[in-house]
Write a protein that binds this ligand. Structure first.
Ligand SMILES: C[C@@H](O)[C@H](NC(=O)OP(=O)(O)OC[C@H]1O[C@@H](n2cnc3c(N)ncnc32)[C@H](O)[C@@H]1O)C(=O)O
Ligand SMILES: Nc1ncnc2c1ncn2[C@@H]1O[C@H](COP(=O)(O)OP(=O)(O)OP(=O)(O)O)[C@@H](O)[C@H]1O
Ligand SMILES: [Fe+2]
Length: 579
């Protein structure tokens, strides 16, 4: 099969021919380069209307010269997300070409194409994908026939966050490559001076597997206004932004149990980002793949490759249903072209997750946990391990701040009536905490409504005390009896699950929140809503039937928390980031 793909969501007018038999891809692209400022939608659309016919013609001519008049078996196009005026031009071109050639039309989600090209080129079976593009930044994992969004930016896309700074200092679009070059120059000069590079302290915002860039863009602009050398800002911006992306990617691997990561999107052309992700994967024995640059930035090759897979699965579009969608989310796409296992598997029965074997080691995304002792007085020793991908100074600060926050907030939450482990010892130089061993297993391994209801109650109470957890995933909740004399077996717990939430009035007292390292004090409704969003995201990423679990969770929150937070949660979840 040979598929002609067309891309034109924002800046890159591109056409490609993918030949599935030889696995070869011909790409012809014509970028829009704004004279000043960022991308202007009207100018971009004008560019598309001139450039799309030209790139399509070049590809079609080459295809027909080689394969004759029946060179193309299907036409695939980027249906969204992207700028509406650009998408409409691409849609019209694709419909008319499919009509002229009398071949089927395939509507491709641009973000899923960024992911699938990495899966295709790597040969990986079931990777987590980090999309690091201009207008987006998110982590995707396959589960039950769809790509779930495991984590994403809460505001700007990663490229846009960097470009915002470069516009501020008067550099032309796109800014990403210029930041990379300036950072490289700064570090090589700093090394020559023997002083070493200075790392500016910039906001580092990770909430579960979600993250935010708005603070860091503004802080970088302020630093420029205050006269900090531009090279130092570029270097520091990269170190912070890419460490955030690498950290959430590691969390996604840890949460899902996946051992493959693929990278996509224009920002993925950055060497430092790829270096960090490769180092992170190496440290946890995961495989990492980033396709070659022509497949990373926006291009029609990825559209043609996914288009061929969709066409082979019979996933084509009647013309009447082929409207474009500027807000097309990757999790809306029914994944018709692949079968097989979900990436998100419930963490198994190893290490501390089993809650059983004492002295077992568990490696989370951040820390190693060793269980010491047996029975009611067993303890866990948690050590935040240095991350080699991160700048050493940033690494030290993060590990120290999180250890301090965890010790303090674990105890404060307990005083507010939320079950948490007792904190026995804090050793800051060693980066270790000694905590009471609580619960029998992680909630991730025992998802049922009585526990999620209890988590809702606990978060309501925690927020009432002005504390957010910061990372309330199903891996950071322990459930089941703690200590001797109240042993609960697997059999009993599943009987209780069948009987529904009301069968366990004591569930709340045996549901423990752990891992407060990302927590902080705040009375802001938005921060409280983010906690709920993170919890619900982790349930959706791993549960086969998440809705009843989420309904129970929200009912629990309603019983102890503030209704305004639940209202805000709808806003957070519905916020479109694809405009
Ligand atoms: C919806 C679609 O239109 C959009 N496309 C898009 O964002 O173009 P993409 O090619 O994936 O990414 C462009 C971004 O990639 C950044 N970029 C390019 N080279 C870079 C580099 N070496 N380092 C950092 N950023 C880089 C640019 O500054 C720009 O912000 C998207 O995929 O989100
Ligand atoms: N106090 C505790 N009692 C029982 N088990 C615990 C305790 N603390 C940690 N664990 C176990 O160790 C695992 C990892 O701990 P923790 O979440 O604190 O570290 P982490 O590195 O941040 O992990 P993750 O990235 O998975 O959240 C938990 O999922 C849990 O199974
Ligand atoms: Fe893109």
């Amino acid at each position: 099969m040979r598929v002609l793909g067309i891309e034109g969501t924002a800046w890159c007018a591109s056409a490609a021919l993918y030949d599935a038999e030889t696995d070869s891809v011909l790409i012809e692209s014509d970028p829009y380069e704004p004279d000043s400022g960022g991308i202007h939608p009207r100018e971009a659309a004008e560019h598309m209307s001139e450039a799309i016919p030209e790139v399509v013609d070049r590809v079609l001519t080459a295809a027909e010269a080689e394969h004759g008049p029946d060179a193309v078996d299907a036409v695939a196009f980027s249906r969204g997300p992207g700028l509406g005026p650009c998408l409409r031009i691409v849609g019209t071109a694709a419909r008319s070409l499919a009509g002229t050639l009398d071949v089927p039309l395939v509507g491709v989600n641009h973000m899923v194409a960024h992911l699938e090209i990495g899966r295709h080129r790597s040969g990986f079976d079931n990777p987590v994908c980090l999309n690091a593009s201009g207008a987006n930044a998110h982590l995707l994992g396959f589960h039950d026939g769809r790509y779930r969004v495991l984590g994403e930016t809460m505001d700007a896309g990663v490229g846009n966050a960097i470009d915002k700074f470069t516009r501020h200092v008067g550099w032309s679009h796109p800014g990403g490559p210029k930041v990379e070059a300036a950072a490289a120059e700064y570090t090589s000069e700093a090394e020559a001076d023997a002083d070493g590079a200075d790392l500016l302290d910039l906001p580092y915002v990770v909430k579960g597997m979600d993250f935010s860039f708005s603070g860091i863009s503004s802080a970088a602009n302020d630093a420029a206004d205050a006269g900090v050398p531009t090279g130092e800002i570029c270097f520091s911006l990269q170190e912070h932004v890419f460490a955030m992306l690498t950290e959430v990617a590691e969390r996604a691997l840890s949460l899902t149990g996946a051992d493959e990561l693929v990278l996509g999107g224009g920002v993925a052309q950055n060497d430092r980002l790829r270096e960090m992700l490769a180092a992170m994967c190496d440290a946890r024995d995961a495989d990492f793949h980033a396709p070659e640059p022509r497949f990373l930035r926006d291009n029609a090759g990825m559209i043609a490759v996914l288009g061929a897979k969709m066409a082979a699965a019979g996933d084509t579009l009647p013309i009447a249903e082929s409207a474009v969608d500027p807000n097309f989310r990757p999790d809306q796409v029914p994944v018709t072209w692949r079968s097989g296992e979900s990436v998100a598997r419930v963490p198994g029965d190893t290490g501390a997750n089993s809650g059983g074997a004492p002295t077992a080691d568990h490696r989370g995304a951040e820390a190693t946990v060793t269980v010491d002792g047996d029975g009611g007085d067993s303890r866990v020793i948690k050590r935040r391990v240095p991350k080699s991908y991160r700048h050493p100074e940033l690494d030290r600060t993060l590990r120290r701040d999180r250890t301090v926050a965890e010790a303090r907030l674990t105890s404060e939450a307990r005083r507010a009536g939320v079950p948490t482990p007792l904190v026995y010892e804090v050793d800051l130089p060693a980066g270790t905490l000694t905590l009471q061993h609580v619960g029998e297993r992680d909630l991730a391994a025992a998802l049922d409504e009585r526990w999620t209801e209890a988590v809702g109650r606990h978060l309501g109470r925690l927020h009432g005390a002005g504390i957010v957890h910061g990372d309330p995933t199903t891996r950071n909740v322990r459930v089941g009896s703690s200590g001797a004399g109240d042993a609960e077996t697997d059999g009993e717990s599943s009987d209780a699950a069948d009987a529904g939430p009301s069968a366990r009035p004591d569930a709340a007292s045996r549901t423990y929140l752990i891992d407060f390292g990302l927590g902080f004090h705040t009375g802001h409704v938005e921060d409280h809503a983010m906690d709920l969003h993170v919890f619900e995201g982790s349930v959706r990423a791993t549960a086969t039937d998440p809705e009843p679990l989420i309904a129970a969770f929200e009912a629990g929150y309603e019983a102890t928390g503030d209704g305004e937070v639940l209202d805000r949660l709808r806003d957070v979840a519905n916020r479109g980031r694809y405009r």
